[in-house]
Design a binder for this molecule. Structure first.
Ligand SMILES: Nc1ncnc2c1ncn2[C@@H]1O[C@H](COP(=O)(O)OP(=O)(O)OP(=O)(O)O)[C@@H](O)[C@H]1O
Length: 250
């Protein structure tokens, strides 16, 4: 069953078109990897899925993005609710300058949860889901900045999970991390796929091959092809995909 349905999507930064007629359907509870050379529109596309481009002045979008059957670009969409349902994790871990506990409790508090034991429960469940609980359960009052980069990134994932999203968007979430932290996050994402839909931008093709079920290849703002990751990496339909994955450019 598909959860995201993108139809004839075009995006312009001012006069300049950055996405051209993108069509893709993304399955529920799956990992989709977005690959392609620098500047091809992967991050721009990712941001269209929870309207993060709304924050950039001069952006216009045509076409539709349906999430669970609703076009997220309709006027009556509450963008706050949308972003609660579709969380985002960035390249650099970006915890708030607060304690570990308060980072996780921030979103739930914003959405009106004040009961201490309920918040405690959410903090524990979210940290466990992000496989960070055992490392931080005795230091929840410590600043998030006292954690390592890899731990901070898992904290950011836990923070996204704390508001109960359906979808997680990730923009190169491991590119600032060492190989061991990267492996932990990859393991975590494969586990999270059981409950969440994940769309991840990655420059690391081994990573795409290791964790994703579907890979989408972008070039110059066009979605050249998307399909089962095994197929894209072994027998792509388009010669440009083959050139990219075999390292002929990018
Ligand atoms: N805020 C912005 N304003 C204007 N142009 C932008 C903006 N963000 C991106 N672009 C342009 O849109 C195009 C696509 O950029 P985007 O960042 O989506 O590509 P990308 O594939 O994610 O690249 P990278 O892999 O380097 O992160 C590029 O030409 C870029 O210069």
């Amino acid at each position: 069953m598909s959860i995201i349905e993108v139809t004839d999507l075009n995006l312009f930064y001012g006069e300049r078109q950055a996405l051209f007629n993108v069509n893709i359907s993304i399955e529920d509870k799956s990992i989709t990897a977005l690959i392609g050379p620098s500047g091809c529109g992967k991050s721009t596309f990712l941001r269209t899925l929870n309207r993060m481009n709304d924050m950039i002045p001069g952006v216009t979008i045509t076409g539709t993005v349906e999430v669970a059957g609703n076009n997220i670009y309709e006027d009556n969409i509450d963008v706050e609710v949308l972003r609660k349902n579709i969380g985002m994790v960035f390249q650099q871990p970006n915890p708030f300058p607060k304690s570990i506990y308060d980072n996780i409790a921030f979103g739930p508090r914003l959405h009106g949860i004040t009961n201490r034991s309920e918040l405690d429960g959410i903090v524990e469940t979210s940290l466990k889901a992000a496989v960070l609980w055992d490392e931080v359960k005795d230091v929840l009052k410590k600043p998030a900045y006292s954690l390592s980069g890899g731990q901070q990134q898992r904290l950011c994932i836990a923070r996204a999970l704390a508001v109960n999203p359906q979808i997680l968007l990730m923009d190169e979430p491991t590119s600032a991390l060492d190989p061991i932290s990267t492996a932990k996050i990859e393991e975590l994402l494969v586990e999270l796929k059981k409950k969440y839909t994940i769309v991840i931008v990655t420059h690391n093709m081994q990573q795409a091959a290791r964790i994703s079920g579907v890979t989408a290849f972008f070039l110059n703002g066009y979605l050249i092809e998307s399909g089962e990751t095994d197929k894209i990496f072994t027998a792509p339909n388009d010669p440009r995909t083959e050139d990219y994955i075999t390292g002929r450019f990018g």
